[in-house]
Design a protein around this ligand. Structure first.
Ligand SMILES: C[S@@+](CC[C@H](N)C(=O)[O-])C[C@H]1O[C@@H](n2cnc3c(N)ncnc32)[C@H](O)[C@@H]1O
Length: 292
């Protein structure tokens, strides 16, 4: 911290471009401030916003100021091996009455929830109408997400340390309400062919999701890695007896020529999505709906 300058940056509810955000210290939309450290050498030039700061801006409504400070930082290993013995046992479902105020509400599950902010943002917007559950294989991220959810006093969200590939079916088997949406965003790519079996989206998980989805329930998948997006898409396209891509249901929804949705329909981008788009990457998205 010694070599850094602290900028007081307005946190605003709408997404702004980097330059606008940094020049906007008097923007009337601002309702709170947070501190962002800028390395000393950037002081001379016009400060360059970086993608973590864009994430902080996009999630400003959550108002967790320490989210970008040392306190919020968590060191995690790059990847966890989902095939390890330790992670190959399904976790027991929680007592749903303990984790949700109303466990009969329709449930949204985010698989590979990372920091959890994407889900917290949605949970904050939909109190009393939906429950949200994040499944994440990196325990430290789950611990931190739980802390933040508690600070936000959200009673419709729960994070679970689980290998989703192994635990999804058993976990969802006891949930008392309907499963309305499953999202899988930017899963770890595991590029090497011999590691493809570590990818989250595999046949058993896809079948478990499709079986458990309520009629009219949806699946949202996306990746900034085309190869991974195609791989996920093939699995879900194979379920065409039960799942229909949304552009076939609603003529207002348009895909590009290759069948990818141009925009994220969830109302907020995920963190990986923000980073990837900042780098200029295209995001490949699909959204399916289960037959009624
Ligand atoms: C690249 S990150 C993307 C995080 C978030 N979905 C986003 O779009 O910003 C992928 C996440 O999936 C988690 N993950 C990988 N394999 C998993 C598994 N089998 N079960 C649950 N989470 C998993 C990783 O730990 C990581 O947090």
């Amino acid at each position: 911290m010694a070599n850094n300058t602290i900028l007081k940056l307005p946190l605003i509810s709408t997404f702004l471009t980097a330059k606008t955000a940094l020049k906007s210290s008097v923007i009337s939309l601002c309702h709170c401030t947070t501190t962002i450290s800028v390395p000393q050498q950037q002081k001379q030039r016009e400060p360059q916003i970086r993608s973590p700061q864009l994430v902080a801006l996009e999630y400003a409504d959550l108002s967790i100021p320490h989210i970008i400070s040392e306190e919020g930082a968590v060191r995690v290993r790059q990847h966890v091996n989902p095939l390890s013995t330790k992670l190959s046992v399904p976790v027991d479902p929680p007592n749903w009455n303990d984790v949700f105020e109303d466990p009969k509400l329709p449930l949204v599950v985010d698989i590979g929830s990372g920091s959890g902010r994407f889900l917290m943002w949605l949970a904050k917007r939909n109190p009393g109408s939906k429950n949200y559950m994040g499944l994440e294989i990196r325990e430290k991220l789950v611990t931190r997400a739980k802390t933040w959810a508690k600070e936000l006093a959200l009673s419709n969200i729960h994070f679970l340390f689980a290998n989703a590939s192994i635990s999804f079916k058993q976990l969802l088997s006891t949930y008392p309400g309907p499963l309305m949406l499953v999202s899988i965003s930017c899963p770890d790519p595991h590029f090497k062919k011999r590691h493809h079996k570590r990818r989250i989206v595999q046949k058993p998980l896809v079948e478990a999701i499709v079986d458990r989805l309520m009629p009219g329930g949806q699946v949202f998948i996306q990746s900034d890695v085309l190869e991974v997006a195609i791989d996920m898409r093939q699995y879900f396209d194979e379920e065409s007896q039960k799942l229909i891509h949304v552009d076939k249901i609603d003529s207002n929804i348009l895909c590009d020529d290759a069948g990818w949705l141009p925009r994220n329909p969830m109302g907020i981008r995920t963190e990986r999505e923000i980073h990837a788009e900042y780098e200029g990457a295209k995001i490949y998205r699909r959204m399916y709906q289960k037959n009624s």
